[in-house]
Structure formats: structure tokens, C-alpha cells
Design a protein around this ligand. Sequence first.
Ligand SMILES: Nc1nc2c(c(=O)[nH]1)N[C@H]1C(S)=C(S)[C@@H](COP(=O)(O)OP(=O)(O)OC[C@H]3O[C@@H](n4cnc5c(N)ncnc54)[C@H](O)[C@@H]3O)O[C@H]1N2
Ligand code: MOO
Length: 398
Amino acid sequence: MAKRTYSVREYQAEVAALLPALPVAVTPLAGCRGLVLAEDLVAAVSLPPFDNSAMDGYAVRAADVAGAPVALPVADDIPAGRTAVRPLEPGTAHRIMTGAPLPPGADAVVQVELTDGGTEVVTVNSAVPVGRHLRMVGEDVVAGTVVLSAGTVLGPPQLGLAAAVGAAALPVRRRPRVLVLSTGSELVEPGRELEFGQIHESNSVLIAAGVEEVGGVAEVLRFVPDDVEEFRSVVAARAGTADVLVTSGGVSAGAYEVVKDALTGRGVEFVRVLVQPGGPQGSGLVDGLPVVAFPGNPVSAALSFELFLRPALLGALGHRSVDRPRARARAAAAMTSPAGRVQYRRGRHDSGSVEVVPVGGPGSHLLASFAASNCLIEIPEDVTEVPEGAEVDVVLLD
Ligand SMILES: Nc1nc2c(c(=O)[nH]1)N[C@H]1C(S)=C(S)[C@@H](COP(=O)(O)OP(=O)(O)OC[C@H]3O[C@@H](n4cnc5c(N)ncnc54)[C@H](O)[C@@H]3O)O[C@H]1N2
Ligand code: MOO
């Protein structure tokens, strides 16, 4: 039977459908970075929670220092952290530190640099207006209001804010567990010496890094040899431990295609996507475990992750936007592309530049070219020649 063919969009939808939304779990803040908030966060407290000083200095009534220089008795000393403060009597000052609660009756703070720094009696050398160096309750956040809405991606500022309003943990879609499995008897762990005919295994490193970058947890199972029975037993043993299994290699037309041989007829369909690199693909459910099978060539595997698994993982994590930003730019060199397939060439595009420079050729083994790139140049299926200077679509990778 002829292989089913898919456009890139169609196959993206196919892989995304394999990965349903991940369950929501209330997770300590330290584990939330990069994840998506599943429910609105309502502030339990205002920010600031009380009127306080923005400077080290003296809490005063502005009217008492209007005729500066003036000397005022220092009636109290208020460090940050004081939980009760005495009211400020007219004609006196309280020494106060940054963040300490403002005593009732004070309406300004004179920073210490504008005084003689006295501890019994202070001489204030400059008049200040009402409100100087005060931070008022609720200026930033009013208790009971939504500070982070559902769908927000939790970066450092959002996590800091959650902590500031008193949340110790947040409801987020939990991280997907991704099993990354490389096949191929020629593969040797990096760090070990190669014999003739062997290569260092790199796809699992690249895919696992991509998984972690979007918030997943990758577990790498390397060097499953080209042995169908052994491959099946590894999949069966790990089926309950992951949200998705991603393999690379062993999907094309060769005599020893272990992934294809092991999974055909067991829930995985091997298809052709009209894209280059990354044409041969497989996906499906094996005993309830979503499996995506990428081609083994390093750039093919990388692009398969970029085009198919990355957006599916982001979608399952609850991200509203799963697509990379794009730009239009002029090709700095001519390129050719196969008819009937979208080609992704690797390139460099600097922000502000009108040009994109192709890096390396179209070959799916050219990993160094990919590593030297910061974008993909998308050449549509009906375009076979891109002349120098032609406008092209660019997918920005960083
Ligand atoms: N007769 C045909 N041959 C090929 C076709 C085809 O349609 N007809 N398609 C080509 C295309 S396109 C691709 S892409 C590859 C896909 O091959 P496989 O998925 O079966 O991958 P392998 O044969 O196992 O490996 C391909 C290549 O990549 C290297 N490799 C594999 N795994 C890793 C890894 N984990 N780390 C680093 N490098 C890896 C492997 O050594 C091979 O050089 O098939 C074409 N052939
Ligand atoms: O599709 Mo293969 O991925 O062109 O090299």
C-alpha cells in the first residue's frame, strides 16, 4: 500500500492530536518556571501590604520641616520588620529604614542624606513635600484582584509576583515526560572512540535539550541496537512511564529499519510528509503510549522536533501560542528546492537586517550548519528556484 502523505500543517495536527492537554497539578513555585498558569491567581494581600518608607531616613510631618533647617527629637527607631509602630507626635521624628512601616501621623520621609543623622535629636536640613519617599498600601496590587491570568507563561517576574502575593505553589499543567530513544547499531556514546563505520550518537542529546527547553522532562534511552525484539521489549517496559516516546532513525526504506519493523501494525503508521528534510515520519499509539518516530539524519530529526513535537508539547502544556515568530527577508544567495515539498534551509538573520543568509546546503546530515544558524528559511512546495534577492519567509529560532 502506498504511504499516506501529509502537508506540514496536516502532520502537525496529527502529532498534536496524539498529545492531549496534560493534567493540572499544584506545583511549588521553584518547579513552575516556563510553565503555563492554569487558573487565575487572585492576590491574597495588597502590595505593598502597608504604607512604608522608600528610603532610610526620618518619618516626619512635612509641615514640621517646612522651615528647615529644624531640629526634631527622635522619638522612635523603626527597622524594617517592625510589626507595630507608635504614632508620630507633632514636632517629633522617627528614624525609619527602607521598607519599615510608616507611623500613623507621618506624611513624608526625609532621606538621611538631608539630615545630620542624629539618633536623639535630628537636624533636618531640607524641607520635603507631603508624600515624599512614601510607598502606599495597594499602590502595586490591591488584595482580591487577579494578578496573573490563566494562560500566563511563568517567567522570573511572574514567579516573583506570585511569591510576593503569598502564593507558595501554583496550578500548572505538569511537565510532559518524554522518552527519547535512538536506534542504530552504528551509534556510539559521545566520549567514546569511534571505530570505522561508527558515529557518535547525537539525536537524543538534541531532542532531549529541545524537550527540556519547552518545559518537558526528557529521559534518554540510547543505543537500542537494530534488533526488533529488543526494541519492542524496551517500548513495552517503558509504556506506563512516559507521556510520549520519541525515536529517531530506522524509518526509511532500508533493509534494517528497526523502528518501522517493530511498530508497523502495532498502532504506528509510517507516512511521508511533504517536507525536506524530515520526510519519512511515523506516529501513533502503542498500548496507549503516544509514539512519534523521526528520521535518523541529524537535521531531519532536529527539524522533525521543531515542526511536529515542539508545538504539540507546547499545546499540551497549555501555551496559547505554539508557533515561532516569523519574518520576511531577502535571500542573500540563490537557492533551489525540490518540487512538491516545503524545504527548510538553515540561515542567519539578524534583527533589523533585510537579508537572510543561507548557511550550508540542503543536506540533512549538515549538523554544523544548523548549529551555526538562527533561523529556518521556508521555501514553499511550489517554488523550485529562489533567486538571490527574492523575498522569503523566515522562521526565527532564537
Ligand atoms: N532508498 C531510500 N533511502 C532513503 C530514503 C528513501 O526515501 N529511500 N529517505 C532518506 C531520508 S529523506 C532520510 S531522512 C533517511 C531516514 O533514515 P532513517 O530514519 O531510517 O535513519 P537511519 O537510516 O537510521 O539513519 C540515517 C542517518 O542518520 C544517522 N543517525 C541515525 N540516528 C542517529 C543518531 N541518534 N545520532 C546521530 N546520527 C544518527 C545514521 O547514521 C544515518 O547516517 O533515509 C534516507 N534514505
Ligand atoms: O527527509 Mo530526509 O529528512 O530529507 O533527509
